[in-house]
Design a protein around this ligand. Structure first.
Ligand code: ADP
Ligand code: MN
Ligand code: MN
Ligand code: MN
Length: 337
C-alpha cells in the first residue's frame, strides 16, 4: 500500500515569499521519519533560471495530515541547491545554526499571527458598497453582525490541533474579517515550522469555503488596523529574573533598525504610530504599553520575570528570520559577545 505526503516549501517570491506544495505517493514501508529528498522546478517559483532549474526539497518536519487523514502527512521542507547546501531563499538553515549556538539560553517564542479573509475582492463582512461600521465591536466579538468567517476559523483550529501544531489560541480581531491565531511557546526553529504549517493549513482550509486568507500587513487603507505578528520571546534567564527582561529590551533597542528591516515588507505603512503601533523610526519599550515597540506584559512586571512582546513584526514576516534575529540579538548581548 501507499500513503500521500504533501511536500510544502517556501518559494522565492519577492518581496514576500509564498507557500508551495505538491503531493508525493510513498510506499508504506517508508516511515514518516525516512521520507526521501525530492525535487521541483525552481524556474516556476523564482528560485532558479530556466536552463538550470532543479531545486531540492529536504523534509525537516512531518505532521499528520488532518485533511486527508489516515497515514497521510504534511511535510515541511527546506529548499537546497543540488550540491545539498541551503538555497539563498532558505531562511530556516541560518536560524537553525543560531538556535544551536545559543541552545543553552533556551529561547522560546510565541507568535500571534493576524490575518484577513477576503471574498469577492473585499474583506469578509465588508458591504458591497462602502464600509462597515467603524472599529470598536469586532475584536473578540460575537454575533453575525460582528464576526465573519468563524466556521473557517473553527475548522482551521481543529485541523491545527489534529496536525499536532503548537497552537495556543484564536481570537477575532479589530476589523471585520480579521482574525488571529497564536503558535507557541516553542524554540526558534520549531515555532517557524509550526507557524508556516499553520499558515498553509489556513489557506488550504479557507479554499474549501471559497474564501482566501491573506497575511497582507495593511489589507485596507485608511482608519483600519493593519495586521501584525506580535512576537513574544523569553530566555531561561528572562523566565527567572527581571534584569534579563530589561536587558533584552535594551538589546532589541540597540539594533532597532536592523530588526525593523527584517520584520516584513511594507512595515513603514503599518508602523505609523496609530492603531496600537509605535512609529517604525523610533524604538520604545514599556509595561502594558500597546503603543510601544516592545511591551512588557503587566503580569511580567508584577512577577518580575517572564517574557516580552515585540509588537513590530508584520503579519507577512518570515518567522524563521524574525526568531533567528531576535535570538541572536538577545542571546549575544546576554552572553557578552
Ligand atoms: P496579547 O495579549 O498580546 O494578545 P496573546 O495571548 O495573543 O497576547 O499571545 C501571547 C503569546 O505569548 C502566546 O502565543 C503564548 O504562547 C506566548 N507566551 C506565553 N508565555 C511565553 C514565554 N514565557 N515565552 C514566550 N512566549 C510566551
Ligand atoms: Mn493576541
Ligand atoms: Mn492581535
Ligand atoms: Mn499581542
Amino acid at each position: 500500500m501507499v500513503y500521500k505526503a504533501e511536500y510544502i516549501w517556501i518559494d522565492g517570491t519577492e518581496p514576500t515569499a509564498r507557500l508551495r506544495s505538491k503531493t508525493k505517493i510513498v510506499k508504506d514501508d517508508v516511515s514518516h521519519g525516512d521520507l526521501p529528498i525530492w525535487g521541483f522546478d525552481g524556474s516556476s517559483t523564482n528560485q532558479a533560471p530556466g536552463d538550470n532549474s532543479d531545486c531540492v526539497l529536504k523534509p525537516v518536519a512531518v505532521f499528520p495530515d488532518p485533511i486527508r487523514g489516515g497515514d497521510d502527512v504534511l511535510v515541511m521542507c527546506e529548499v537546497l541547491l543540488i550540491d545539498m547546501t541551503p538555497h539563498p531563499t532558505n531562511t530556516r538553515a541560518a536560524t537553525a545554526a543560531i538556535a544551536e549556538k545559543y541552545a543553552d539560553q533556551e529561547t522560546w517564542f510565541g507568535i500571534e499571527q493576524e490575518y484577513t479573509f477576503f471574498k469577492d475582492g473585499r474583506p469578509l463582512g465588508f458591504p458591497v458598497n462602502g464600509y462597515p461600521a467603524p472599529q470598536g465591536f469586532y475584536y473578540c466579538g460575537v454575533g453575525a453582525d460582528e464576526v465573519f468567517g468563524r466556521d473557517v476559523v473553527e475548522a482551521h483550529l481543529e485541523a491545527c490541533i489534529e496536525a499536532g501544531i503548537e497552537i495556543s489560541g484564536i481570537n477575532a480581531e479589530v476589523m471585520p474579517g480579521q482574525w488571529e491565531f497564536q503558535v507557541g511557546p516553542a524554540g526558534p526553529v520549531e515555532v517557524g515550522d509550526h507557524l508556516w504549517m499553520a499558515r498553509w493549513l489556513l489557506y488550504r482550509i479557507a479554499e474549501e469555503f471559497g474564501i482566501t486568507a491573506t497575511v497582507d500587513p495593511k489589507p485596507v487603507k485608511g482608519d483600519w488596523n493593519g495586521a501584525g505578528c506580535h512576537t513574544n520571546v523569553s530566555t531561561k534567564d528572562m523566565r527567572e529574573n527581571y534584569d534579563a527582561i530589561i536587558a533584552a529590551c535594551e538589546a532589541l533597542g540597540s539594533k532597532a533598525e536592523e530588526h525593523v528591516k527584517a520584520y516584513g515588507a511594507g512595515i513603514e505603512d503599518r508602523l505609523t504610530g496609530a492603531h496600537e503601533t509605535a512609529p517604525w523610526t523610533e524604538f520604545s519599550y514599556g509595561v502594558s504599553n500597546r503603543g510601544a515597540s516592545v511591551r512588557i506584559p503587566w503580569q511580567v512586571a508584577v512577577d518580575k520575570k517572564g517574557y516580552i512582546e515585540d509588537r513590530r513584526p508584520n503579519a507577512n514576516m518570515d518567522p524563521y528570520v524574525v526568531a533567528g534575529l531576535i535570538t541572536n540579538t538577545i542571546c549575544s548581548a546576554a552572553a557578552g559577545s
